[in-house]
Design a protein around this ligand. Structure first.
Ligand code: LMR
Length: 398
């Protein structure tokens, strides 16, 4: 039965992790998968998470199923984080949120929902985009197109080309935007550019799907939500896939959410019943622990403040690593201009390293970078910076 099945290629991001783990090089450095590391190279459990877990352990009385959409205090807290607490979307109940297993789970549920209810829609993703986007959408049979985003020469957002591409997207199609901290480039639209994109969305009549996996890693929790909030000033409908893997450090708890915003609360309720069908026929209902932790933190002033300060610390450390990386490369004799890296935000930057250089870094130095040249700046530390930059200097000169 199974003898004809060919092995699938390794995942371009998670496959790197497996290769990294097997590498015996004691000086290996992992800048592949988007996971935050502290100065010691550890992926810490946040103090706010630990404290919430201690409370939950004492309070938890049952392991009964959650409802299909997840726990109410989580769903409402996610909306407050997305829209801000006084937003009319909340007061008028124009949005419905389901807890999904991670941001990828949210995207997959969104994909099935789109395929079923907007069957003619093509979904447009930025060029480049997260390596898994296309596969998630194609796995439900959606057509995937791409729109211009990045200027590889200037290492900036090619906003004119982006507008020109999106002006061709017809009414009824879906456009995926990265809410902040664009993965893989680290380059986001400015507030003025978000405004222009929102106007274009309204004019063209396409549906925006925001992939929002890094809220708090760019500028702040509120600033990072400005893109999607600006859209909501101009368009009545939206899908949002949230992830709390990074900003709560809850990678292995698979905690995310899919939110649908509609023109009326009746429409939102009705559409949400279909989202729940997609969930029921897929994984039935969500796992409990991660959302319980997030809800505990977001609904408690003290834990919220602690979490926000820990998030600030992570963001500040990454910004610091960006500058240190640029300066250390220069100090190690690299003449190529990498200063763009200190202007970008979030975990990632597109380094401009070629596939050959990426392969050389891995084979000769045990440095793991995604094949596209995307580097996870959050994997850099004061300790690994010098060997990292020496290795890069060597492959660039060589
Ligand atoms: C990444 O882009 O590295 C992360 O979002 C992890 C993943 O699932 O790919």
């Amino acid at each position: 039965m199974f003898e004809h099945i060919q092995a699938a290629p390794a995942d371009p991001i998670l496959g790197l992790n497996d290769a990294y783990k097997k590498d015996p090089n004691p000086n290996k450095i992992n800048l592949g998968v988007g996971v935050y590391k502290d100065e010691l190279g550890h992926t810490p459990i946040l103090k706010a998470v630990k404290q919430a877990e201690e409370r939950l352990l004492l309070q938890e009385k049952s392991k009964n199923y959650l409802s299909i959409e997840g726990r109410p205090n989580y769903r409402s807290a996610v909306q407050t984080l997305l829209f801000g607490k006084d937003h009319q979307i909340i007061s008028k109940q124009l949005a419905q949120t389901a807890h999904t297993p991670g941001g990828t789970g949210a995207l997959r549920v969104a994909a099935e929902f789109i395929k079923k209810h907007l069957p003619e829609a093509t979904i447009w993703v930025s060029n480049p985009t997260w390596a898994n986007h296309q596969s998630v959408f194609q796995s439900v049979g959606l057509e995937v197109g791409s729109y211009s985003y990045y200027n590889a020469d200037s290492k900036t957002l090619d906003f004119e080309a982006m507008l020109a591409s999106l002006s061709q997207v017809p009414e009824g199609d879906v456009v995926l935007f990265h809410g902040c901290c664009h993965n893989p480039t680290g380059i986001d639209p400015t507030p003025e550019q978000w405004y222009q994109l929102a106007k274009l969305c309204s004019k063209q009549g396409f549906l925006a799907l925001f992939d929002f996996a890094y809220q708090g890693f760019g500028q702040s929790l509120n600033d990072d939500a400005q893109g999607l909030r600006t859209f909501l000033d101009h368009v009545p409908e939206m899908l949002i896939a949230s992830s709390f893997s990074k900003n709560f450090g809850l990678y292995n708890e698979r905690v995310g959410a899919l939110t649908i915003v509609c023109e009326t609360s009746d429409q939102a309720e009705s559409a949400f019943t279909q989202i729940k069908r997609c969930i029921r026929t897929n994984y039935s209902n969500p796992p409990s622990h991660g959302s319980a932790v997030v809800a505990e933190i977001l609904n408690d002033a003290e834990l919220y403040a602690l979490w926000e300060s820990e998030l600030d610390t992570m963001r500040t450390r990454i910004h610091e690593m960006r500058s240190l990386f640029v300066n250390t490369l220069r100090a190690k004799g690299v003449n190529q201009d990498f200063s763009f890296i200190s202007q970008q935000q979030g975990m990632f930057s597109f380094s401009g390293l070629t596939p050959d250089q990426v392969a050389q870094l891995r084979n000769e130095f045990g440095i793991y970078i995604v094949g596209s040249g995307r580097i996870n700046v959050a994997g850099m530390t004061h300790d690994n910076m010098a060997p990292l930059c020496e290795a890069i200097a060597s492959v660039i000169k060589g």
